[in-house]
Design a protein around this ligand. Structure first.
Ligand SMILES: Nc1ncnc2c1ncn2[C@@H]1O[C@H](COP(=O)(O)OP(=O)(O)OP(=O)(O)O)[C@@H](O)[C@H]1O
Length: 241
């Protein structure tokens, strides 16, 4: 079953036509890396799926429902967690208070279980959001989304600005979520890390899908990957060195 199926999305900001007939799908239990240069339309795609910036044309199916005209709240209630870029945790609330903000959905993710996956957050449970490092705030943003017991997570650049060791930690958490059966649509600039973890890739260029398929197929064509990965080419070269 596809947990996400988008067909022919056209999304605009005012008169700016950003997405041009974007179609993509996420199968149940898989991680799909959504890749592309800066400004290619990755965030806009997540926002269109989440109902935050609605597509003017096209159809979105989430969990088998036609959600194209639904509000973000209603889409979230289907079991969709969205972690936007820039890890928006509540700066004046403690780690624990941040985790208790969402009204936990029923399911396996409890505070205890989340702390087991993020021991660092347990150590810092009384610290305020503003006292956490960038990496810890990212962990907290992901942990908070897990408290909703999502079936699908939309993650926007979780590794942005993190030191390599923390990037690794974040990716380990994403792999752990997949083992729990959560499907993930992952926007990433760090192509190498994303390609290692994902099952399939969807590549956007200038608001158009230029590839969707098995990640192995994408990664085996290095020239294409380098040309499409844009900003992430540097990451690729650094990491490969
Ligand atoms: N609120 C907005 N109003 C007008 N244009 C916008 C708005 N948000 C984004 N854009 C434009 O839409 C295009 C796609 O942006 P988007 O953020 O979806 O790209 P992205 O692939 O996520 O890029 P990045 O990696 O830089 O976050 C860009 O040209 C951007 O300038």
């Amino acid at each position: 079953m596809n947990v996400v199926e988008a067909q022919g999305l056209h999304t605009f900001y005012g008169k700016s036509h950003i997405l041009h007939s974007v179609s993509l799908h996420v199968r149940e239990g898989e991680i799909v890396a959504l890749l592309g240069r800066n400004g290619a339309g990755k965030t806009t795609t997540l926002r269109s799926l989440m109902g935050l910036t609605r597509a003017r044309e096209g159809v979105v199916h989430i969990m088998g429902k036609v959600t194209t005209a639904w509000s973000p709240y209603r889409i979230a209630a289907l079991g969709v967690g969205y972690v936007p870029e820039g890890r928006r945790v509540f700066q004046n609330l403690s780690v624990e208070e941040n985790l208790k903000v969402p009204l936990a959905g029923s399911g396996p993710w409890t505070l205890e279980r989340v702390y087991k996956l993020f021991p660092r957050l347990k150590e810092r449970c009384m610290n305020k959001g503003r006292q956490l490092s960038g990496g810890e705030q990212e962990m907290l943003a992901i942990a908070r989304a897990l408290m909703l017991n999502p079936k699908l997570l939309l993650l926007d650049e979780p590794s942005q600005g993190l030191a390599p060791l923390l990037v690794q930690e974040v990716f380990e958490v994403i792999a752990a979520m997949r083992r729990e059966g959560i499907s993930v649509l992952l926007v990433e600039q760090n192509v190498r890390a994303a390609v290692e973890i994902a099952d399939s890739a969807c590549v956007l260029d200038d608001g158009r899908v230029v590839f969707q398929g098995a990640v192995k197929e994408f990664a085996s064509d290095e020239a294409r990957m380098r040309s499409l990965a844009g900003a992430s080419v540097e990451n690729w070269e650094d990491d490969a060195a």
